[in-house]
Design a protein around this ligand. Structure first.
Ligand code: PGA
Length: 231
């Protein structure tokens, strides 16, 4: 399959990530992952990720044992521990079984006073000592704010242009070889009927999916997007 073959031929494993935001109680989370496990069980050539709210993390992790679905959280604070009421740290999430964590989502800035500066501090502090092999594990999500939850999506060409621009910046930061391996996801009103054309673009390596990740049927169709040769 030719999807996610970058220009220099290196393979980037497509990543389809469900950002559940503030949806689903523990019970509802478990019922969604039970269904997703069944619906997606034969998927092998793509990475599948769900990011439930904090209270569901441990139960969802247990339910995902032995499956092909990974677990992420939706936010963290950069300190390891301390008097920071209401916050959780990376080591806590890691021990709870998270493989990924979203940071700097635009809704954090819109509703919770996070600033470019504080997010940047997280990214800079968190990435300044990264070795190249660690930088390769970063995933960047490009989400035009006007496309989030609005039903409006960037056209595949618009998204591709931004993704190529981001990769150019990553090249300046980490060098070409590493930048070619970092996955850049598109996000903002991804739906079953627009994922195929987005994924056909060479620098779009997956999707960060909000609303459409809350129903197994829709998210499964997104995970099982039809892969065309990258154009
Ligand atoms: P949406 O959200 O798919 O509901 O637009 C995407 C996101 O904000 O991660």
């Amino acid at each position: 399959m030719s999807n996610s073959l970058s220009n220099n031929g290196s393979f980037r494993m497509p990543l389809l990530a469900g950002n559940w935001k503030m949806h689903k109680t523990v019970k509802e989370s478990l019922s969604l992952v039970e269904q997703l496990k069944k619906d997606c069980r034969e998927v092998k050539d793509r990475e599948i990720l769900v990011c439930p709210p904090f209270p569901s993390i441990v139960a969802v992790k247990e339910s995902l044992q032995g499956s092909n679905i990974k677990l992420g959280a939706q936010n963290l604070f950069w300190e390891i521990s301390g008097a920071f009421t209401g916050e959780v740290s990376g080591p806590m999430l890691k021990e709870a079984g998270c493989d990924y964590c979203i940071i700097g989502h635009s809704e954090r800035r819109q509703y919770f006073g996070e600033t470019d500066q504080s997010v940047q501090k997280q990214i800079q502090e968190g990435t300044k000592d990264l070795k190249e092999e660690e930088a390769r594990r970063l995933v960047i999500a490009y989400e035009p704010v006007w496309a989030i939850g609005t039903g409006k999506t960037a056209s595949p060409d618009q998204a591709q242009e931004m993704h190529a621009f981001i990769r150019k910046n990553l090249t300046a930061l980490y060098g070409k070889e590493t930048a070619e391996q970092i996955r850049i996801l598109y996000g903002g009103s991804i739906k079953p009927d627009n994922i195929d054309s987005l994924m056909a673009k060479p620098d779009i390596d997956g999707g960060l999916v909000g609303g459409a990740s809350l129903k197994s049927e829709d998210f499964t169709r997104i995970v099982k997007y039809v892969a065309y040769a990258k154009i």
